[in-house]
Structures are given as structure tokens and as C-alpha cells.
Design a protein. Structure first.
Length: 242
């Protein structure tokens, strides 16, 4: 049963999705051979994976049929419905944190990769940033860089790159999450304040705030192509199946 869908189903042009697509291509594009046969795991977040379409043929897979494009397959990341050694690359952008069994999900992604194939992954950063937003999005965990690398190592993947991203907007993120945690801690009632719509809502920002956030993101665009970044609200990794 699908309790709620990705917020991107409602707002595919939200500023964060637009920026993430650019940053993912800058950070990970070099690890894709062209053309590639690519599995997009968690394709309901398609706004951030659209750039993959220029690199080869994409097969979308998601537990939510609303997130499936043409040729998509309904399936679970922990039991991918594909044969061994099928894909040149697997993209899993903000997927693994939704999987109760992290190692099973990574093992499945490794299984369907051809030898030498690339796993391209992003996950949300820092357990201290955990708020009700993570609960309502059904996250199981947030990551540090070392935690993400350890998970890939344990899955038998060779990590080629690991970096934080959304570094330029990180001060805004940190202040917002710490303020939200303080407000949640001060709550005296136990009433559920979550969103129970079938598609989760995104935090709304004013046009002025969006311009500021987009401008701050230029820091990542300029540096992420050459250097790994030391902090950020997301972790991004590229790993190879040996």
C-alpha cells in the first residue's frame, strides 16, 4: 500500500529539484559511459534524473505507479525485478534512506549492474537534522559522508567519489532544521501535525527567498565539478561494481 507519494509529483519545478538535477550532473556525469543502459530507482523523483536521458536509455522503477514514465516498471529497491548484470549504471537519488534494509537495497543495485557499472547515489545528510519532515517522508536514516562510504564498501562497491553538496545553501538549511527541532521539542501536545495528503507538501518559500537560494547554489555549481565539498545537506557518491 502506498501511503504517500514523492512531493515531486505535485511540484516537479520546485527550486530544490531544479538545483539538485544540475548538481547531480556536475558531480556524477563523468562516471557515466555514453550511451548507457540506466536503471533509475525511485523514478518518482524524476525531476532530478532528467539529465540522465542525454546519456542513454533509462528504465524507471518505483513502488509508486504515479512515478513511472513510459516503459517504467513497478518494483521495490530491495527486490529489483531485473536479471543480474543488466545495466551499465544504476541511479538512486534520495532512495536508500527510504529502505528499511539498506544493505539489501544496495546489494540489489549491485546485482543488476554489469561488471564495471556505476552506482550513482545521493542521500540526505546528518542525523542531527532529523525532523518530522523525515518522519512524514518515511526516512529510516540520514547520512554522513563516512556513513555513506561505509555502506557502499560493505555492499562490495568500489567508491570512486564521495562529496557533500548543497554546500552554498547549507547555512540556511542548518538554521531551518535546528529551529524546527527546537519547535518540535517545545511541543506540549502529542497531536499528529503531519500532512496526510496522498502526496506530501514541500516547504514553501517566497520568490525572494528562492532567488537567494538559487544564487547560493552557484557555489556548488562552480566548485563541485573539480573538488569534493566538506559540508552540505546531501551526500553524493559514485561507486563501481568490480
Amino acid at each position: 500500500m502506498i501511503d504517500s507519494g514523492s512531493p515531486s509529483l505535485r511540484e516537479p519545478d520546485y527550486w530544490w529539484y531544479r538545483v539538485r538535477a544540475e548538481l547531480l550532473e556536475v558531480a556524477l556525469g563523468q562516471f557515466l559511459v555514453t550511451p548507457s543502459f540506466i536503471l533509475d530507482v525511485g523514478s518518482a523523483d524524476a525531476p532530478s534524473a532528467g539529465w540522465l536521458g542525454d546519456r542513454g536509455r533509462i528504465v524507471p522503477v518505483d513502488v509508486d505507479p504515479r512515478g513511472l514514465g513510459r516503459g517504467g516498471v513497478c518494483g521495490n529497491a530491495e527486490a529489483l525485478p531485473f536479471a543480474d548484470n543488466t545495466f551499465d549504471a544504476v541511479a538512486a537519488f534520495d532512495v536508500v534512506e527510504h529502505c528499511a534494509d539498506e544493505q539489501q537495497a544496495l546489494a540489489e543495485m549491485r546485482r543488476v549492474l554489469r561488471p564495471g557499472g556505476a552506482l550513482l547515489m545521493s542521500v540526505p545528510a546528518y542525523q542531527w537534522a532529523w525532523t518530522d519532515h523525515d518522519v512524514h517522508n518515511k526516512h529510516h536514516r540520514r547520512y554522513t559522508l563516512s556513513r555513506a562510504v561505509q555502506a557502499l564498501d560493505s555492499a562490495g562497491m568500489e567508491v570512486m567519489r564521495a562529496s557533500y553538496m548543497f554546500t552554498g545553501t547549507f547555512p540556511f538549511f542548518a538554521v531551518d532544521r535546528l529551529r524546527t527541532r527546537w519547535r518540535e521539542a517545545r511541543r506540549t501536545d502529542q497531536q499528529d501535525t503531519g500532512n496526510h495528503d496522498d502526496v506530501l507538501m514541500l516547504p514553501q518559500v517566497s520568490a525572494r527567498a528562492e532567488r537567494v537560494l538559487m544564487a547560493a547554489s552557484r557555489f556548488d555549481r562552480q566548485l563541485l565539478g573539480r573538488w569534493d565539498l566538506p559540508v552540505g545537506s546531501s551526500v553524493v557518491c559514485a561507486a563501481r561494481k568490480s
